[in-house]
Design a protein around this ligand. Structure first.
Ligand code: HEM
Length: 306
């Protein structure tokens, strides 16, 4: 996926703590980032009590180390296979000025695998579930895609501006599902006051995105699936400030634009080709929380569209 980006750009976009576009103001800039030289692994062990989390992270790191070793053994700078090879080249060529250790490589890959691709896959699963449960809206999405794309080719990114309802459906599912219901834990590096609340130094701060996305002051009938709330009277997508599936501030998700592109291409391709129906009349969608809010297993029937 990253083979076409320049090595330095690829690395910087994955690494940069301030890489995400600053679309939503300066929320949370008072909150701390990791200290220089401190890793997520240390942050987890100091802020999460569960042995379970440490054990699972331990497995993940062990697996990543194996992968990196395997890639190192079979690495050929003349034929880069993927992002891991790009990273190895970046280090080998000295472009990193000696800054990256093997431990850093583990963390970059962990960030991508853990923070990135799972959240996208989980969002797509929610999308499929909501489409199965909302046949009327799914029908409208099919109509919109057919009118803009036709039946002879798959949707492409150029179609995106002409598919407002499809976009609105993706936003509404991201709001309802809130797959990252709490942002990454942050720690205050100095005492601060927010809306009259004293937050002392060294407080662990968890931002409740799920709460914000289900707050009736901002979203009338918050638990209703209503994609039209993201469309203005001219049927143009309007994204309010209180919608933040990717977080906000300096640690906002740096993969936002990639995730948006992936979600759009996968979702529109699926809708172009298939109709999702509940496999059982009493199908329900419920979330189960680990580090992501995933839908509990559900069954849908899919039919090929003509
Ligand atoms: C639908 C998909 C995604 C969602 C909903 C999502 C959401 C988030 C959220 C809420 C955060 C925490 C932000 C904060 O604490 O303020 C985050 C962090 C992060 N995301 Fe994503 N993300 C998605 C996809 C991706 C992808 C595709 C990548 C990379 C390929 C990615 C890479 C990261 C990284 C590296 C971080 C940690 C940033 C840091 O701590 O500075 N994410 N994401």
């Amino acid at each position: 996926m990253y083979t076409s980006c320049k090595v330095s750009q690829g690395v910087i976009s994955a690494l940069g703590p301030y890489g995400g576009k600053q679309r939503r103001g300066k929320w949370m800039t008072a909150f701390g980032t990791l200290e220089k030289g401190q890793h997520h692994r240390d942050q987890f062990s100091s802020t999460c009590t569960g042995d379970v989390i440490s054990t699972r992270l331990g497995y993940t790191f062990a697996h990543l180390e194996l992968c990196i070793d395997l890639f190192q053994d079979t690495y050929d700078p003349a034929s880069l296979r993927d992002f891991t090879d790009q990273l190895l080249l970046y280090v080998e060529s000295g472009e990193d000025s000696g800054l990256l250790t093997k431990d850093d490589l583990d963390h970059i890959l962990l960030d991508l695998a853990g923070s990135g691709f799972q959240a996208t896959a989980v969002t797509l699963t929610w999308l499929l579930g909501y489409m199965a449960l909302n046949q009327d809206v799914q029908g409208e999405v099919h109509k919109e895609i057919d009118a803009v794309v036709g039946r002879d080719r798959l949707p492409s990114l150029e179609d995106q501006p002409y598919l407002p309802l499809t976009e609105a459906v993706m936003c509404e599912v991201q709001r309802l599902a809130s797959v990252r219901p709490f942002l990454t834990p942050h720690r205050t590096r100095k005492g601060t006051v927010i809306q009259g609340y004293d937050i002392p130094r060294d407080t662990l701060v968890l931002f409740n995105v799920w709460g914000l996305h289900h707050d009736a002051r901002y979203w009338p009938h918050p638990s209703r699936f209503n994609p039209y709330r993201f469309l203005n009277e001219d049927k143009v997508v309007e994204i309010p400030d209180h919608f933040m599936p990717y977080g906000a501030g300096t640690r906002q998700c740096p993969g936002e634009s990639l995730a948006d592109v992936q979600l759009f291409l996968f979702f529109t391709a699926i809708m172009h080709q298939l109709r999702a129906l509940p496999a059982h009349p009493n199908m329900t969608l419920e979330g189960a929380l680990d580090h992501l809010l995933r839908p509990k297993p559900f069954c849908v029937k899919v039919e090929a569209r003509d």
